[in-house]
Ligand binder design. Sequence first.
Ligand SMILES: Cc1ncc(C[n+]2csc(CCOP(=O)(O)OP(=O)(O)O)c2C)c(N)n1
Ligand SMILES: [Mg+2]
Length: 552
Amino acid sequence: MKAATTIGDYLIQRLYANRVRHVFGIPGDYVLGFYDKLDKSALKVMTTCDEQGAGFAADAYARVRGLGAVCVTYCVGGLKLANTTAEAFAEKSPVIVISGAPGMKEREKNPLLHHKVREFDTQAKVFKQLTAASTVLSDPQTAFQEIDRVLHTALRFKRPVYVELPRDMVDVPGIPHHRPVELHEKSDPAALRAALDEAVDMINAARRPVILADVEVHRFALQRVLLQLAQRSNIPVAATLLGKSVLSEQHPFYLGVYEGAMGREEVRRYVESSDCVIMLGAFMTDINLGVFTARLDPARCIYATSEKLGIRYHIFEEVRFKDFMRGLARAKLRRRRLESLPRPKPALAFGAAPRAGRRGMSQQRLTIRRLFERLNSFLTADTVVISDVGDALFGAGDLFIHRGTEFLAPAYYTSMGFAIPAAVGAQCANPKLRPLVLVGDGAFQMTGMELATVARYKLNPIVIVLNNGGYGTERPMQDGPYNDVWPWRFHRFPEVLGAGRGFLVETERDLNAALVAAEQHTEGFCLIEAVLDPSDRSPALERLTERMRRHI
Ligand SMILES: Cc1ncc(C[n+]2csc(CCOP(=O)(O)OP(=O)(O)O)c2C)c(N)n1
Ligand SMILES: [Mg+2]
C-alpha cells in the first residue's frame, strides 16, 4: 500500500508541479526536518550566505520562471526576508516564503523557546502584511487545502505568499485522496465582450493611440500577445522601466522607456500627448513613471491589470488581464500607417560590432555614459541584464535591449542589494542566460558576498561594479560624509574567494579589454571594477536631477 502523503511531501510536490526546481535559503533547527526532505526530493537546495540573498535570488527566479521559493528558519532567518518579500509584493513577483517554526506541541505552555520574539505568531503576523496570502500549517485536516489556496493566490496575483511549517507537522499525513485544485479562472464572458467593445471603439476613434507596456505583461508571459497586438494594429509601444524588455527594443514600433521626467523627452512627449494611452499591466508608481512627473489623464487611458480594468472612467469587474489582452490582440483594430517614431538609436560609439576593432577606444578615463554605450553593443540574446539601485538602474534605462534579452531590476521598490543574489536566482531559473550585473559600490557592500554562492554553484555572471566612491545617486540631492563608502578593492574579490576573475578598469580601453576577456571566460564569474569619478552621472540621472530641481 502506498504510504500517505505527508504535509512536507505535499508542499514539495506542489512546488515541483509548478515548475520550481530550486529552493534558496539557510537551514536552522526549526526547519531541518523539511530541509532533509528537500534534499531527498527532486528540488535542489541552494544555500546562500545570508537570508536576504536567498530572498532576492528567489524573487529573480520567480521573475524569470514564474514561481520561486525560499525556505528559512524561524524569525532569525524569516525576519531577514521581510525586505525581499516586501519587494516581491510591491513589484509583483510570486515567491513562496517557507519558514520553519516551533512545533505545535512545543507551543502549548507558551515557553520561551529560542528565536521567539513576542508571541509564537509574531512572524506570521509580520508576513500577513507583506504577502497576498499566508498560512500556518498547524492542522493536518486543512493543510493540503491551505497549500493549494496560497499557491493559487501567488500564481493568480503574482505576489508572494507565506507558508509556516511547524517542525512537528512536516511528517504528519494530510487528508487522504486529496486532489490539488488547478488554477482555472475565467472572465465573465459578457463583461469581457463589453470591455473589449468599448476599448476597441476608443482605440479606433483615437488619432494617435500608444501602448504603455509594464511589468505584468512579463509576469503573465504575454510578450507574444503584446507583439501580436502591436503588429496587427501598428500602434507604437513604450515600456516602463519595470517593464523594460517586455518587447524587443529593435522592433519598428518600439518607442523607448517611458519614465516621466527621467526618460527621454521625445518618448515622454509622445506618450503624454496621445489621445489614447493603452496601459497594459502597468503600475502607477513614482520611480517607474518618473517620480511623480508623469502626466497621464485617466480620461485618455485604458488601464488593464490583473487587479483592475478601467476604460476611461468605467471599471469592469470579472475580466481577467490575460483574456483582455488576448481579446485585444484578436480584435478588429484599425491598422494604422506606421509613423516614423522617435526611436532610440543604439550607440555604437565603440565600434560597430561587439568584438570589432579598436576604433573609437582610447586611453580616456571611463565615464558612466561611455560605459553604457559600450554595454549596448555587448548584449546578446542570452544576456540577462540585472541592475541594482543607483546609477546602475538609471543608466540601464537607456540600454538597448535586444530580442530576447531579459532585464531585471527593483525599479519600483528600489532596495539596494538586489542584483548579485538576483544573478544566482536568474541563472538557476534559466541556465542558458548569462547575467550581466550592474551594481554600485554601495549596493555591493550589502550583498556582494553572495559571490561565494555564485562560486559554490559554479555560476558565471559578469559583474560590473560601478565604483564612484559612494552613494552617487544621493550626492546631487544632498551631499555629506555619510555618502562616502570605504574604498574596497573590489577587483580582488576573486582572490579572496579563490574563484572567478577580476579586472580593474579605469579607461575605455581597459573596459573593452575586460569585456572581451569576460566574454571568453565562461568557466566562472568575472568581476569588473569600473572606476568612475564621484561626480560622474548617467544622462538619465542628470535628466532626473535637472527636472526635479525645476519642480522643487
Ligand atoms: C536598502 C537600501 N538602503 C538605502 C537606500 C537609499 N539609496 C538609494 S540610492 C543609494 C546610493 C547607492 O549607492 P551605490 O550603490 O554606490 O550606487 P550609486 O548611486 O553610487 O550609483 C542609497 C543609499 C536604498 N535604496 N536601499
Ligand atoms: Mg556608488
